[in-house]
Design a protein around this ligand. Structure first.
Ligand code: ATP
Ligand code: MG
Length: 430
């Protein structure tokens, strides 16, 4: 493993002999894991900022596959950074395409449950709120995750984060995608087995199955043979663990066989936030996502979530109000605009995002990049030649004309370099 600039990462494995050692501006310093879509590496830049680099096993030589990949990743980049690992950029021109996203330190939900047992009480509530906040943000950007499951939720220090959204769709109907069906059946909605049109409601089903897994340690339709699971998903009611009544009712609705009977992710979020008194009136989408983000990242008050019976859907029931828990703004995640600049083509350079250095390392990197910028050098050469021509007209001597030209070149080159570095990112290059 090449040396880590930052603190050690638990579970990071060494690079294999034939693994790549760089991805764009990042050194690959170890393997975070591998799944059906490819291998995920930990990348570090000069400043020690970390990213997750997923090298996908997909052949993008077919223009249709390539254009679908580019389109889906561009859409994933527009997802607001609420409880998600932001997609930073993708590279499709090299031998192996890869997607770079924010690195989230922590165990996946799957590993957490396997090693430490089911999630209960407030932690379960925060997990449900955080993951459905992410889903609402993903859907509001027009993206469907298509592969939500406990392996795609990382329990970060500042709350749960959903990863890998849009990648399953980006891979479309390639061989990679169809050969993966085995691993994720337990979280797939019935319409996926029926070959129906797939929409955001398949993620709502997967969300409910994921939360049921977190609460009970097993998916609600089992995890044995592919056909047995498919049969149960299509025909049987879910086998759910004990959960607080409001959550239980929501999960059952979200696991409805007909996607039209499932509530949208945003509605699920409203109902979960109402439960703890954080939402009492209609909110704008952005405020709702912020409330979800804050609830998911709030510190654990050392008390179990109150049992909320009876539920609001029962006749004569009143909505129970749980006092709002004290919340602390999540440290590493300042509120950000819901829609970062839209990119129509996959980028080849990193965007500045949470966890990515915008300080000294970033400035040096920009300076280096701008110093070699072909457009800047050509402009300086052109204006230098104009200066030389003007010098010749004025003096009719070659020596002074060359001196004027050289000075003009140097001045134009330096001024452009400083201005471009100071202004930072230029959207036309991303
Ligand atoms: N953004 C990220 N931050 C931190 N760790 C990550 C990130 N993305 C992936 N990982 C790690 O890499 C591992 C492998 O991820 P990968 O997506 O390849 O596998 P998977 O989720 O099990 O399967 P699938 O290919 O179906 O998504 C994950 O289990 C997780 O530990
Ligand atoms: Mg994954």
């Amino acid at each position: 493993m090449s040396e880590l600039a930052g603190p050690p990462v638990p579970g990071l494995a060494k690079l294999w002999t034939h693994d790549p050692v760089t991805a764009g501006p990042y050194r690959l310093v170890g393997r975070l894991g591998a799944g059906g879509q490819g291998v995920v590496y930990l990348g570090e830049d000069d400043a020690g900022d970390r990213v997750a680099v997923k090298m996908v096993n997909v052949d993008l030589s077919d223009p249709r596959a390539r254009s679908q990949f580019v389109k889906e990743i561009a859409a994933a980049r527009r997802v607001a950074p609420f409880c998600t690992a932001q997609v930073l950029f993708a590279e499709v021109d090299g031998e192996r395409p890869y997607v770079v996203s924010e690195f989230i330190e922590g165990l996946t939900l799957h590993r957490h449950v396997r090693e430490r047992g089911p999630v209960t009480g407030n932690a379960l509530h925060r997990l449900a709120v955080g993951t459905v906040t992410a889903l609402a943000a993903i859907h509001s950007a027009g993206v469907v995750h298509c592969d939500l499951k406990p392996d795609n939720v990382v329990l970060g220090v500042d709350g749960p984060r959903v990863i890998d959204f849009g990648i399953a769709r980006a891979l479309g109907n390639t061989e990679t995608a169809s050969s993966r069906v085995m691993g994720t059946t337990a979280y797939m909605a019935p319409e996926r087995f029926r070959n129906d049109v797939i929409g955001p409601q398949c993620d709502v089903f997967a969300w409910a199955a994921t939360i049921a897994f977190a609460a009970g340690g097993r998916p609600p339709f089992g995890n044995d043979s592919l056909f047995a699971v498919m049969h149960r998903v299509l025909n049987d009611p879910p086998d759910l663990p004990a959960m607080p009544p409001v959550l239980d009712e929501l999960i059952r609705e979200c696991l409805a066989k007909d996607p039209a009977d499932r509530p949208a992710a945003e509605r699920v979020l409203v109902r979960l936030l109402r439960q703890d008194g954080r939402v009492t009136e209609p909110l704008r989408r952005e405020s709702l996502l912020e409330a979800g983000n804050e609830t998911a990242g709030a510190p654990t008050p050392n008390q179990p979530l109150p049992q909320l019976t009876p539920t609001a859907s029962q006749p004569g029931a009143t909505q129970p109000q749980v006092p709002a828990r004290p919340t602390v703004p999540t440290q590493a995640r300042p509120a950000q605009p819901a829609h970062p600049p839209v990119q129509t083509q996959p980028a080849h350079l990193p965007a500045t995002g949470p966890g990515m250095g915008a300080g000294g390392g970033g400035t040096l990197r920009r300076l280096r990049r701008e110093a070699l910028d072909a457009w800047g050098i050509s402009t300086a050469l052109f204006l230098g030649s104009v200066g030389a021509a003007a010098g010749y007209v004025a003096s009719s001597a070659v020596g002074p004309a060359a001196a004027v030209g050289a000075v003009a070149f140097v001045v134009v080159y330096l001024v452009r370099l400083l201005v471009a570095t100071a202004l930072g990112r230029r959207p036309d290059r991303r």
